[in-house]
Design a protein around this ligand. Sequence first.
Ligand code: FES
Ligand SMILES: [Fe+2]
Length: 355
Amino acid sequence: MTGTRPATPRLDGPRGVYLRNAWYVAAWADGLGATPQAKVFLEEPVALFRDADGIAQAIGGRCPHRFAPLGNGTVIDGALQCPYHGLRFGTDGACVFNPHPGGAVPKVSVPVYPLVERHALLWIWMGDPARADAAAIPDFAWLSDPRWDVVRGQTCAEGHYELYSDNILDLSHANFVHPALVASAFTEGARRFWQDGETVHAHYAQPDDYLSEGISAILGTAGRKQAFDGHVVWQAPATLSFDFRTGEPGTPFEQMGNMPSLHAFTPETADTTHYLWATGRDFAVGDAEFSGAMRGALEYAFEHEDMPLIRDAHRLMAGRDFWDLQPLVLEGDGGGIRARRQLRKMIAAEQSQRA
Ligand code: FES
Ligand SMILES: [Fe+2]
C-alpha cells in the first residue's frame, strides 16, 4: 500500500457538499487491527477502532476536551482512550472514563457512525444513523470469496472524488494514459452508456483485436487477437465496479474470463480522496508471482498514471465548480456526466429534506 501522508489533513472549514445518507468505503477490514485509525471522511474527523469483541466501530475523531485525534489513541477495555489526557469513549460515543484524580466522568459524547464490515471492506454511513440500511451496501462478494484471487491497494489521492469517478467511467483515456495496460479496446472500441434507476453504466466492446502487450503477457495471449468486454457500473456517491472480460474471438459472453475490479472513492476533503481499488481473477489462483506482477502493473496505472493527471486537473480547476467551468462534453463522457447529474440530484433531494 502506498500513499503515506499525515493522517489528519488541514481542515479549513466545510468546503464540499456531500451526499450524507449513503454508504462510503472507509477502509479494508483487515487493515484495522488492534491499533485505531484517525481518518477524515467528508471533512469530518472519524476514529476507527475495534471494540472488546473485535467489532469495527466508528466514532467522532475529535476529542471534546482539547480536540486531539481520538483515532491516534488506544483501545482499553473496549473503549477508545484519547492520546492526550486519557479520557475514554465507548462505542456509543459517550465518555466512559476519566483518569484524573477526583474527576467525574464528563457527560459528553462524540458522534457515532454506522459501520459495517462486509466483503473485506468497512463501509461507513456519514448521514442519519436511523436511515442506514446495510442491505443497500453494493455487492462485492468476490472480494472475500476464496474462489477469487484479489490484488488490491489503498491510497489517499489529491483531487475531487468526482474527477476520479469520471476517470473510471470514461476509459477512452486508456491509450493516452495507460499504453502498456489496455491498448485500444477502450479508446477505439464500441461504447455505450446508460442509466438504470440511480445506477450508471458504461460498456465497451471490441470483438477482435490485440490486447496490449502488458495484458496479453498476463493472460498468455501474446500475438493472438481477442474479444473483450468491459462493463463499468457506478453507484452513488462514488463506488464503481468494472468487469473486464476477454476470450478468443467468438467466445460467448458467459464463457469469457472475467477480472472484476472495485474502485471506491471516498471524499476526505473537497481536495483529497481516499482511493481503494482491487482486481480479482479466477485463474492462476494462489500464484503469488502472478499476483505480484498484476499488483505492480495496476498500482502503476492507478497511482502513477491516473492520479498525477487528475491531481493536476484538480489544481487547474482552482476550487471552481465543475459546471461553472463549462466543460466540453465528448462522446466518452456519457457515463461521467450521467453520474454527476444523478449525484447532484440526490444531494439536492437530501438537502431539501433537511431544510
Ligand atoms: S484532548 Fe482528549 S482528553 Fe484531553
Ligand atoms: Fe485510468
